[in-house]
Design a protein around this ligand. Structure first.
Ligand code: ADP
Ligand code: MG
Length: 403
């Protein structure tokens, strides 16, 4: 068991400099936060630290700046947004490490909040540079992890920093968001009510292959949709025409098909058009009848029915990745139907977990988000956790005393 914020005595926080790793990797529309849900879910942690008189220093990444300063990926607008929602001042420091950060932390008042600049402006972040972790740990008395979405990455701020803080005698604990994720996902991992049905989709299978294998071992049924299914079609020797597919993964997909047997369920039909875009005429075709100029954009109606029947009988549902290009209305049906079927399963008592920003957005689009048992703030992290993998950003935290 890992320590959580709840385990820390208030006296420990009072006046202490606390490094809070948050996941403020939110979609921006120019300078405005387009979807603040990730920010909002970390507010209980920020509020707790502020009310106990900590000096709260927030670290986050935004996008993939590749280790250099990219002005359009500054966290400055996020500091402004955070200040409005917590109704208190949030200072922004346009610097990610070194003396300017240390000096600014030294000057902070109790109960104040500072956001420092995008950690990925520094190459050492994704490289997991120990010198960078030590630099931050130089001013951080304690560390709180609330960035579940990046907990599966071994980066300087998610892995090196908590370990360095512990070496210096401080505590490294899970914030309320991460503690909630561990609780909800941990229940599914340890003791899923059967039948356990996992549904995966999205654009690519590269990056999700390991997890698919592990889910196949744990779930009773694995439904595969989205462009990911096209790669399985390719592995079966089916024509995929102009569809998004990953030929270099056909062999792996073939192995998964053989290993999964009847537990791996692929779509039997598809919705196709001349391209996956708006305003085009669509057709439903059997998966063996996709033409050389067709692009697959969604499940076909028979597959929607088929997937819906599996979900209707499920005791546990885990869903990650849209079943089609749901941003385009003509290709949204498979994804919205899966969202609705999952919500109906939850209504009659199934545990339903949705991971990934795109799938969560689809659940909101379908108007069913409030009926879902748990919507994870992580996509890849939630899948890795449910696959039974250890997440570096959680492993690095302090262990709680055995009771
Ligand atoms: P997640 O973020 O849930 O892990 P991904 O980022 O891998 O999922 O994929 C989400 C994207 O996949 C969506 O933008 C969606 O449009 C796209 N997608 C799903 N199915 C298809 C398809 N058949 N053709 C093209 N794009 C697809
Ligand atoms: Mg995505």
């Amino acid at each position: 068991m890992k320590k959580t914020l709840q385990d820390l005595p208030p006296s420990l926080l009072s006046g202490a400099a606390v490094a809070l790793r948050a996941d403020f990797n939110v979609p921006l529309d120019r300078d405005a936060v387009a979807d603040p849900s990730r920010i909002e879910r970390t507010l209980p942690t920020v509020g707790h630290l502020v009310s106990h008189g900590a000096r709260v220093v927030i670290l986050s990444h935004l996008g993939r700046p590749g280790g250099r300063v990219r002005p359009h990926l500054t966290l400055k607008p996020i500091a402004a947004h955070l200040g409005r929602v917590i109704e208190g001042p949030v200072s922004f420091l346009p610097c990610s490490a070194g003396d300017p950060v240390r000096d600014a932390v030294a000057g902070m008042a109790r109960g104040s909040v500072m956001l420092i600049e995008n950690t990925r402006f520094l190459g050492g972040e994704t490289a997991g540079d120990p010198a960078l972790a030590d630099d931050w740990a130089g001013w951080a008395d304690h560390f709180v992890m609330d960035a579940f979405g990046t907990a599966h990455r071994s980066h300087a701020s998610t892995d090196g920093l908590p370990r360095a803080v512990k070496r210096n005698g401080g505590e490294a604990v899970a914030g309320f968001l991460v503690a909630g994720e561990i609780k909800a996902l941990g229940a599914v991992l340890r003791d899923p009510r059967r039948p356990y049905v996992a549904a995966v989709g999205g654009a690519k299978i590269s990056g999700k292959i390991d997890v698919i294998q592990a889910l196949l071992d744990r779930a009773d049924t694995l439904l595969v949709g989205g462009a990911m299914a096209n790669t399985f079609f390719g592995a079966l020797g089916l024509e995929t025409g102009a569809s998004l597919t990953e030929p270099e993964k056909w062999e792996t997909a073939r192995r998964l098909i053989d290993a999964g047997g009847s537990r791996l369920v692929l779509p039997v039909d598809c919705t196709v058009a001349a391209a996956v875009g708006p305003g085009l005429e669509t057709r439903a075709v059997d998966r063996s009848e996709v033409g050389p100029t067709d692009a697959i954009g969604d499940l076909g109606p028979v597959s929607v029915e088929l997937f819906g029947r599996y979900l209707a009988d499920a005791g546990t549902v885990v869903w990650n990745g849209p079943m089609g290009a749901f941003e385009v209305e003509a290709f949204a049906r498979g994804t919205l139907c899966v969202a609705t079927s999952a919500a109906t399963a939850a209504d009659r008592g199934a545990t339903v977990v949705i991971g990934g920003g795109d799938s969560a957005a689809a659940a909101r689009m379908a108007g069913v988000a409030t009926r879902i048992t748990h919507i994870s703030t992580g996509g890849g992290a939630a899948l890795a956790f449910l696959a039974g993998k250890q997440l570096p950003g959680i492993e690095a935290l302090s262990d709680s005393a055995p009771t």
